[in-house]
Design a protein around this ligand. Structure first.
Ligand SMILES: Cc1cc2nc3c(=O)[nH]c(=O)nc-3n(C[C@H](O)[C@H](O)[C@H](O)COP(=O)(O)O)c2cc1C
Length: 382
């Protein structure tokens, strides 16, 4: 199989809005070819219930564009105007969304993917799960042929009006509209996304490895780690006040007792953390490797050249205005409290690592939950 070409399509199928070629017609043949391919996607019960509504008529497209703008496009245009000049990803995405909202009627074909059936409220994903994979295959097939589109759902609150316009009968659910055109150029790039190893858990929630483990149970050489996340109903600046306070986690952790800065907080600054585990109490010197207020605080424990653990708090702004806090640790590569235990019983290394990770996960969960409750309280720093 020509894996390089397939991977390239998977990697570069972007939301195309500003680079849709509005002047070049899209032959119906090409759309049929892409639907044919998309229909190879799985469907629940193997029932072929998807239908593809292709709209090319100028009056119909104008009416759909009006519905789209009333449902969501007008607010995208307003948001883009408000964000103009602020810089950053959100401004770019909104400007692009506003462009599509303004020009939807000029896109050569609007393809609405629907399915026979209505949601039954059973709690199963229901109909969407038989459409989305197929609609995405359609997007990939377009990309492979030099066409592009954008997944749009913001108008679905007004899908009854679209149904009325196009004669869609009751009992049919609309899932997505894909405005289809040839693209201007085809040099699309991968989007910045988190590396897979940071969001892929191996054999348990939040458990990570930095390298492919030689066996199913990771050992130190595999770079085991733990990530814990919580969505906090407060903006990043507020969450940062708690995260930047070294002592805050001490009231929630069953191991960490507190810490003191040795230098002014910032990249390269040192602090000493105090810990207790059972009878054992110890201090560890830590060094800040990243200090980006409101975004990220990372530090290494022990020898800077070979840290015993690498810790990080990351604050991710969510569209809702809330913050996703990610607290993660990577064990090693340098010596740590685990080193002696592993040396004493090398055959138990995987068990020792697993126990340590489970312990960290419990403590880190308590810490993140504690930070959440402080950040969501009226006075985050107490
Ligand atoms: C569920 C869903 C709904 C979306 N709805 C819209 C929409 O209504 N209008 C729009 O312009 N873009 C919409 N998008 C496109 C996203 O904004 C787009 O995927 C995002 O900007 C990232 O760009 P990329 O896909 O090129 O990485 C939607 C995407 C998804 C997954």
């Amino acid at each position: 199989m020509a894996i390089a070409g397939i991977d390239d399509v998977l990697r570069t199928t972007r939301a195309v809005r500003r680079r849709l070629d509005l002047d070049r017609p899209v032959p119906h043949e090409v759309i049929l070819e892409c639907v044919e391919l998309a229909e190879q996607a799985p469907t629940g019960g193997n029932q072929p219930s998807r239908r593809w509504l292709v709209v090319t008529d100028a009056d119909l497209k104008r009416s759909i564009a009006d519905i789209y703008r009333r449902a969501a496009g007008d607010s995208m245009i307003a948001a883009a105007d408000a964000l103009a000049g602020t810089g950053g990803d959100r401004e770019r995405t909104m400007a692009s969304a506003a462009h599509l909202a303004r020009h939807l009627q000029d896109v050569p074909a609007l393809v609405i993917v629907v399915i026979h059936g209505l949601h039954d409220g059973s709690g199963r994903p229901g109909l969407f799960d038989s459409v989305i994979q197929s609609a995405w295959s359609f997007c990939l097939a377009l990309r492979a042929r030099g066409l592009g589109t954008t997944w749009t759902t913001a108008w679905l609150s007004h899908q009854d009006e679209v149904a009325e316009l196009l004669g869609v009968p009751d009992g049919v659910t609309q899932v997505v509209m894909l405005p289809v055109a040839y693209t201007v150029g085809d040099d699309f790039r991968p989007a910045p996304r988190r590396p897979a190893r940071q969001i892929t858990w191996l054999n348990g929630w939040g458990l990570t490895v930095e390298r492919a483990p030689a066996s199913t149970r990771p050992v130190m050489a595999d770079g085991p780690g733990v990530t814990v996340e919580a969505d906090i109903d407060a903006p990043p600046e507020r969450v940062w006040l708690v995260v930047a306070d070294l002592d805050a986690p001490a009231s929630f952790s069953r191991e960490f007792l507190g810490a003191e800065w040795l230098d002014e907080p910032g990249p390269g600054a040192r602090f000493v953390g105090r810990n207790r585990l059972g009878e054992r109490e110890w201090e560890a010197e830590c060094r800040v490797v990243e200090w980006a207020p409101g975004r990220r605080f990372s530090w290494h424990v022990g020898d800077p050249a070979a840290p015993g653990a690498r810790w990080s708090f990351e604050l991710e702004p969510l569209v809702s205005g809330a913050t996703r806090l990610r607290f993660s640790v990577g064990l090693g590569p340098g010596p740590s409290g685990l080193t002696a235990a592993i040396k004493a019983d090398p055959g138990a290394e995987a068990d020792i690592v697993a126990r340590r990770c489970t312990w960290h996960r419990r403590n880190m969960t308590a810490t993140v939950e504690g930070i959440k409750s402080l950040a969501e309280s009226p006075s985050p720093t107490g």
